[in-house]
Design a protein around this ligand. Structure first.
Ligand code: FMN
Length: 349
């Protein structure tokens, strides 16, 4: 999908400067994942024995720019660059910054992480030994009881999923204004303290629901774009317009009562997505031979996407039937087609 775009893979290790709880780490990874989406960056974050190892991959200089920002973060120190190289494909094509802690480091998972990272290493000038050495050191320093911590980690994931499911039921039953963390904890059958270790408010839970929903949706659609053969911009625009309509009509992960709340915050959350998504659209155009010299094409597409998403949101809130109509879909598609054609004059203009 990204064969024509120079991709770089960067990895570093650092020492933590503070005590990270599982919840802190999860929050770091969730935020990093959301921000990285906007930069088209994917990767993985490992944390074990007080050390971080992070792999960042993305187009052109994006990984380096991010690396220089992360370096300055006072929550860690001794930041050491291990790899900075050009790669042909991403090793972690799913959006988000998946977190692995030492609880996850069963030998199989570790070797799978390593082999995925290794796949990215297609150039000889890499300090692979350092990376492998660092991970081995973590493994070697792992307390013997660490084997028992694997269930603990999966328990944390189970609790998180249970809280999300409980929140969904409570939100549906009580509505957002009346939903309380106490009710969510009771529904999930966990203590209130436990619930607060994961989330500070029901709003935050809705935020995570929406974010998970959006990232899985964009990942699915990105997969479809990668396969898509189109003859012209309008055809691609039509596909996207259909997807936008469906997404706003979709009742699967965000049922109506929550959807109204989710949509209120939708743009704050979705904003980060638009740039990355516009990048995927540009790649799809180029892969289909629909090239353009317009350097602002990605910006134009991102802005057009923001515009049509805002229209779709208003329709979803006030006149959902419009979303089924072809007129609405055709309007969205033609706005997008114009943006895709960039500086080139519209036909007949
Ligand atoms: C170990 C570690 C890894 C991080 N990874 C990322 C990341 O992948 N993406 C990201 O946006 N921020 C990441 N951050 C957070 C950034 O350092 C920074 O706090 C965040 O991007 C906000 O930047 P700003 O304060 O300049 O707005 C990471 C921080 C640490 C300590």
């Amino acid at each position: 999908m990204e064969a024509d775009i120079p991709l770089r893979c960067l990895a570093y290790t650092s020492r933590s400067n503070q005590n990270w709880t599982d919840a802190d780490l999860r929050e770091l990874a969730e935020r990093a994942g959301a921000r990285n989406l906007a930069l088209g960056i994917t990767g993985r974050l490992l944390f074990a024995q007080g050390s971080f190892i992070q792999v960042l991959e993305g187009a052109a200089l994006a990984p380096q720019d991010l690396y220089h920002r992360i370096r300055r973060d006072p929550r860690h120190a001794d930041v050491t660059l291990l790899i900075d190289m050009r790669v042909g494909t991403r090793s972690y094509p799913s959006w988000g910054m998946e977190l692995l802690t030492e609880h996850d480091l069963t030998p199989e998972q570790t070797s799978s992480v390593l082999s995925q990272v290794e796949k990215a290493a297609q150039e000889p000038a890499i300090s692979w030994d350092s990376l492998l050495g660092s991970i081995r050191k973590l493994e070697a320093g792992r307390p013997a009881t660490a084997v028992n911590t694997t269930p603990r980690q999966s328990r944390a994931d189970v609790t998180l999923d249970r809280l999300l499911a409980a929140a969904r039921s409570v939100l549906l039953r009580d509505g957002l204004t009346d939903a309380s963390m106490k009710a969510v904890a009771a529904e999930a059958n966990v203590s209130l303290n436990t619930a607060y270790r994961y989330f500070s408010s029901t709003e935050q839970i809705v935020g995570l629901m929406v974010h998970r929903w959006q990232t899985s949706r964009i990942a699915n659609f990105a997969g479809r774009l990668a396969e898509l053969r189109v003859d012209n911009e309008a055809q691609l625009a039509g596909e996207i317009a259909d997807n936008v309509s469906q997404q706003y009509l979709s009742n699967d992960l965000i049922p109506l009562r929550i959807r109204l709340v989710a949509l209120r915050d939708y743009h704050r959350i979705a904003y980060a997505e638009l740039w990355a998504f516009a990048g995927l659209v540009v790649q799809t155009l180029e892969r289909n031979g629909l090239t353009s010299a317009d350097p602002t094409r990605q910006e134009r597409i991102a802005m057009a996407l923001a515009g049509i998403a805002a229209q779709a949101k208003m329709a979803a809130l006030h006149a959902p039937d419009q979303l089924h109509g072809t007129r609405f879909r055709d309007d969205m598609a033609s706005t997008l087609t114009r943006a895709m054609r960039g500086a080139e004059p519209a036909p007949g203009a």
